[in-house]
Structure formats: structure tokens, C-alpha cells
Design a binder for this molecule. Sequence first.
Ligand code: FAD
Length: 379
Amino acid sequence: MLSRTSIAIVGGGLSGLYAAYLLEQEGIDYVLLDAQDRSGGRLLAADHQGARVDLGATWFWPEIQAEPWALVQALQLPTFRQPEAGDFLIDASPHMAPRRISAGTQESTASMRMAGGLAALADALRARLPSARLRLGHRVSAVHRLESGAVRIHAIGAQGPRELEAHQVLLALPPRLAVDSIAFAPPLPAALAKAWAACPTWMAPHAKYVALYPRPFWRAQGLSGAARSYAGPMAEIHDASPLQGAGALFGFIGIHASARRQLGEQALLAHCRQQMGRLFGAEALQPSAEWIKDWSQDAYTASAADTEGAGGHPTAPAMAAHEGPWQACLLGIGSEWSAQFPGYVAGAVDAATHGVQASLAAATLTKEQAGTAVKKETP
Ligand SMILES: Cc1cc2nc3c(=O)[nH]c(=O)nc-3n(C[C@H](O)[C@H](O)[C@H](O)COP(=O)(O)OP(=O)(O)OC[C@H]3O[C@@H](n4cnc5c(N)ncnc54)[C@H](O)[C@@H]3O)c2cc1C
């Protein structure tokens, strides 16, 4: 079945949702496809009896990243400062008691959190988009530039293969994943494909353990919930408590992705729980709920090079081809393409903003050249 639109957005994480939100405001015809049955991508929350905790991105920093802050304010979403009051723990060895460091003051650059987790930002954007524009559960497998100048997008949905024709495509997924999982015909320029494949997907090799408790009990012991560990399995631990009520702690697991896979989730859960108990006391051994989200095993985030590699912070590759058949009809707008904040939540907002602006400029050109209307086509 073939349908048509002006702009196809591939990926419904923050960059894709924000691009859709901007196009919606402009009255431009678009369709957003995401491989998964949910939107949000690396913004993901787990829920237990109404308490939501982040399994993906957690913080944003309004003092240095104005864009997401402006968006959060425009959407009127409640935020709060990362709780930091209390002592910090250094965990040098599993055979020694952790050392307490009196932190004294809060960090000068405020790390901000969102009530309901950062996934609430993705939820708020999605709630503002007409459902007819969204095709969840549609994995894009190929993108073909046609003789006519249009681009045909091939997707696999629950009901089988689907085809969509568009004037332009916005790739709202990590660059490495785009070249790894989508077949481009004709091929992308070799230098561009190489640069996209070389760009690490931020945080893709990592995994998080999150434990939810009836209350943030460590605060009564004068602890902030933050720890640095050289003993493991978690290397860095933070307070992840929701704004009110329950308490939560999370840790980045410091074991390589291949070792995590070998160990298995149940064993890893037990090791992480034990470490929480060793650092924060017996109450930490009794979470009301606990989760591990291993992003290296998420096929819609990590590609093989992310899973095997050490990660590292991306440097933004070029967003588009400057010549050839893909010029002006294919743009990368996932966070890693942001020149300002590659890999961050702020990068997703930044890259989507630039991508939509470039796309509208190119559409105006095409419209002038071809004398065709881009706005207000039917979905
Ligand atoms: C554990 C972790 C912690 C993080 N912490 C922070 C933090 O504290 N602060 C911060 O600023 N950033 C953080 N980040 C990074 C932040 O989450 C990302 O920068 C941001 O969410 C990226 O959004 P995106 O839309 O560009 O990409 P993604 O969120 O990766 O979205 C890509 C979307 O594309 C879809 N997709 C993939 N392949 C296909 C396909 N073939 N067809 C159709 N759809 C497809 C996926 O399903 C996904 O929904 C963290 C990330 C992780 C994993």
C-alpha cells in the first residue's frame, strides 16, 4: 500500500517528535514512522504504582542548554533540581566500608529533572500530534530516491510491508543506526556514509540499574544518594527519586556490554542490589521494584559498533549530502547530528530545529521551482 506526504520523519524519539511538533505548527504535511510500538526512543520511563523513574536520559542543564528549557517551559511541564544535599560515598573496595565525603554545597550548574521523568517531555509532544500522523511499529528498511525526484520509504509494519512517498526525509535516529539498518538507493555519498557510521551513539553501550523504594531513606542518614565506585558493578550512583513520595536510586553499570550479556539480567540485578545494600544499608536490599535497561541490547538504539566499542562522545557529522541525488531531500536530525550538543537531549531539540528549518527552506525552493504547494496536503 502506497501513501504520500511532504515530509517523512524516520524515528519518534525526541528529535522526531519535536520535528513533528514544529511541522504541525507550520501546517506542513508529514508522517512520522517509528520501529517500536512506543515513541520516546532514549527517553524512557518505568512505572510502578504511579511512581515513574528514568531508564534512559535523566538530566538537562538550563544554564548551558537554553533550547530544551524553553521547550519545557512552553509545554508547562513541572521540573525540579536533582537532589544533592548530603554526603557523597566513595566505594573503593567490596571489602571496605565506603568513605563519606562531605559535599557541602550543591553543584554550581543545576542538573534539572522532570516530574514523571524525561519521558514526560516525549509524552507531552506526542499528545500534541494527531494520531493519524504517527505510524508506530513501522521499521524503515529502505529509502529510495526515484527518477521523479520523490523519495520512497519502505517500512515493515505489523500488517506487512508499507510504502510511503515523500518530498523529503528527516532521519531522526542515530547516524550510525541509519547507515547500519536502512538501505539507501542510490547509495549515500561514500564520505557521508563513512562519517555517519563512525559517529558513536551517545550512551548506547551503557546500562542502568534503577531501584524504587517506599521512601528516600538514605536522606535521614545524611547521604545524598550519590556514590562513585571502583568496586562495582555500578560505577556511578545517583538519587533518582520522583518529585514526591517514593525514593529511588540508579546506577550506571561499569561492566562492558559483552560481560553483561554473559552474566545475564537476573545475576546482574542481584549484584547491583547487593552493592546498593553494601553502600546504603539493609533497606536498600528491599526495593519495591527494580529494573535493568541495557541500551546496548536495544536494536533501535545501538548498532554492533556501539555494543563492541567503548562509546565516547560524538562529534556531529554533516547532516546532509552537499551534492548528488540525496542533496536537499535527506537530512539527519537525530541528536548526534547537533553541532552544539551532539548526543544530548538538547542536541535532539537543536538538530530537529535546524533540520526543520533547512527542510522548509528546501521545500520553498522546490515549490518555487515546480510551482507546487507543499502546505496543507491531506495525510
Ligand atoms: C542511559 C542513557 C542516559 C542518558 N542520559 C542523558 C542525560 O542525562 N542528559 C542528556 O542530555 N542526554 C542523555 N542521554 C542521551 C539522550 O537520551 C539522547 O540524546 C536523546 O534522547 C536522543 O533523541 P533522538 O530522538 O535523537 O534519538 P532516539 O531517542 O535514539 O530516537 C530514535 C528513534 O528512532 C527509532 N528507530 C530506530 N531505527 C528505526 C528504523 N529503522 N525505522 C524507524 N524507526 C527507527 C527508535 O525506535 C527511536 O524511537 C542518555 C541516553 C541514555 C541511553
